[in-house]
Design a protein around this ligand. Structure first.
Ligand code: RP5
Length: 162
């Protein structure tokens, strides 16, 4: 059963958003990836958000660039948690996307992640954490992921100074 939705405003966002999908796939979480544009397909956005809960989605990871209203508008139409990923934009490098997503007025929250690849990957990990509250397999997998990451850092060597 699909548990997580990964949506983005354009297929041009996929380079970034695939990092969320990659994490979900690696953890064995079923997800769907869709293009849903807030301003170009507003009716689809409404339908997606309004059916999210009944379709069993536990969270929606939403990425967009520029005037990035997709995460906020999804959150306006569903109580399923929305995790927003600011996608780097051409002129303002994603600072516009970040501010658009993070500065939600009080009452409709969007959990906002870092601009770009790190934000997408972390949104994927955060979605796994949400599911892990009710899923022991995922909790153990997350702990193993953290342990492996820790060992990688502990094994890091630095070059000698000449
Ligand atoms: C936003 O506009 C999308 O999320 C994308 O980041 C940006 C550019 O879209 P395209 O012109 O590449 O379709 O809606």
């Amino acid at each position: 059963m699909i548990q997580i939705g990964v949506v983005m405003g354009s297929n041009s966002d996929w380079d970034v958003m695939q990092h969320a999908a990659r994490v979900l796939k690696d953890f064995g979480v079923e997800f769907e990836a869709r293009v849903v544009s807030a301003h170009r397909t507003p009716d689809l956005l409404y339908e997606y958000a309004e059916t999210a809960h009944e379709r069993g989605l536990k969270a929606i990871i939403a990425g967009a660039g520029g005037a990035a209203h997709l995460p906020g508008m999804l959150a306006a139409k569903t109580v399923v948690p929305v995790l927003g990923v600011p996608v780097p934009s051409k002129y303002l490098k994603g600072q516009d996307s970040l501010y658009s997503i993070v500065q939600m007025p009080k009452g409709i929250p969007v959990a906002t992640f870092a601009i770009g690849e790190a934000g997408a990957a972390n949104a994927g990990l955060f979605a796994v954490s949400l599911l892990a509250n009710q899923d022991a397999r995922l909790r153990l997998a997350l702990e193993a992921f953290r342990e492996k990451q820790k060992q990688t850092v502990l094994a890091m060597a630095l070059p000698d100074v000449e």
